[in-house]
Design a protein around this ligand. Structure first.
Ligand code: NAD
Ligand code: IPM
Ligand code: MN
Length: 360
């Protein structure tokens, strides 16, 4: 079958890692008899350089007309990149938030899984790692602080900046339903993370999550305060199955969870709306410090492409094949520098992509 994929290379290491994910997808096409037609879409700094804005209406239309979007990462070094001389609403990150909103991608799934082979790259002690862990963070992606009213005002010579954290019950309900549906296919445990001891939005969050939980009697629900969750992630990561949380908490906790999998270069993500459509991107950023060096880990992006095959294109066996190839390459001892350990074989971005593709 033919599928239309919108491809967003983005900035920094984005083009390098997307090239490798595309290589793997092309191999999937060859082996399983599909064809993917790619349309390249500019986002972030790459779009600013050409169009003066981080996202155009045409880019949104191209994404909407595709079966799924595969993305690298956007953004630059805030100190040195000219993009950060622009007003905040014209910077690369604003483009990413705008495309998430325009496509209604409210559900951001970030699986954090520790491969046995990467136990040595995990900074936790062996007794903390135990049998390893396999959790998924379900992060609300189109509400909260990211999309609330924002302003900076000067009054009587004093500058005040305001960001607002708003959620309505419908926004909470739809992400909670997503988390419980996912839990039903996993170990049937949801940890809902909030700051209900301080925030009204968290108290509403808790109430709505409890209502949703009534429809899922088989799923165990627990509530956890976000500061405790940050601690528990490094104290006992094996306790988590599905972590359900709001936008900003999910952003922070997912970077933390990524590190205990060995590297942020391992953490894939899917951003979904109510349909099968989704945008797939690694959880990490454009890593300006290593861009152009050919050393970035492409596995998060390759695993995001596997999520795309599974969730948006219904190609389960093809997704399995990509995940198995990643597993195999790790078992064979190949590592990019971020997950390198004694006795392993160090490879660059392109070699890692080649190795995965050859094993499909
Ligand atoms: P980052 O995730 O880009 O980098 C943090 C650290 O992790 C760096 O040391 C980097 O080298 C390393 N790293 C990240 N990805 C890696 C990979 N695949 N392989 C090996 N090492 C990797 O975060 P940052 O430095 O805070 O942000 C840089 C830029 O990226 C900023 O402009 C930020 O806004 C943007 N950003 C974009 C996204 C996105 O596109 N979804 C996500 C996060 C940050
Ligand atoms: C992510 C990133 C983005 C976010 C930034 C670049 C806007 O950190 O995808 O995790 O905070 O959502
Ligand atoms: Mn982030």
């Amino acid at each position: 079958m033919n599928y239309k994929i919108a491809l967003i290379p983005g900035d920094g290491i984005g083009p390098e890692i997307v090239t490798e994910a595309k290589k793997v997808l092309d191999q999937v096409c060859g082996v399983y008899g599909h064809s993917f037609s790619y349309e390249e879409v500019l986002l972030g700094g790459a779009s600013i350089d050409v169009h003066g804005v981080p996202l155009t209406d045409e880019a949104v239309e191209t994404a909407k007309a595709s079966d799924a979007v595969l993305m690298g990462s956007i953004g630059g070094d805030a100190k040195t990149s000219p993009w950060y001389q622009l007003e905040p609403s014209k910077r690369p990150e604003a483009g990413l938030l705008a495309i998430r909103k325009a496509l209604n991608l409210f559900a951001n799934l970030r699986p954090a899984y520790l491969y046995d082979e990467l136990k040595g790259a995990c900074p936790l002690k062996e007794e903390v790692i135990g049998d390893g862990f396999d959790m998924i963070i379900v992060r609300e992606l189109t509400g909260g602080l990211y999309f609330g009213e924002r302003k900076t005002v000067v009054e009587n010579g004093v500058t005040t900046a305001v960001d607002t954290l708003t959620y309505n019950e419908n926004e909470i309900r739809r992400i909670a339903v997503k988390a419980f549906d996912i839990a039903m296919k996993r170990n049937k445990k949801v940890t809902s993370v909030d700051k209900a001891n301080v925030l009204d939005s968290s108290r509403l969050w808790r109430r709505v999550v409890e209502e949703v939980a009534k429809d899922y009697p088989e799923v165990a629900l627990e509530h956890m305060l976000v500061d405790n969750c940050a601690m528990q992630l490094v104290h006992d990561p094996g306790q988590f199955d599905v972590i359900l949380t709001e936008n900003m908490f999910g952003d922070i906790l997912s970077d933390e969870a990524s590190m205990v999998t060995g590297s942020i270069g391992m953490l894939s993500s899917a951003s979904l709306n109510e349909t099968k459509f989704g945008l797939y991107e690694p959880s990490h950023g454009s890593a300006p410090d290593i861009a152009g060096k050919g050393i970035a880990n492409p596995l998060a992006t390759i695993l995001s492409a596997a999520m795309m095959l599974r969730y948006s294109l219904d190609l389960d066996k093809e997704a399995d094949a990509v995940e198995a190839a990643v597993q195999k390459v790790l078992t064979e001892g190949y590592r990019t520098v971020d997950i390198m350990a004694d006795g392993m074989k160090q490879v660059g971005t392109k070699e890692m992509g080649d190795l995965i593709a050859e094993r499909i």
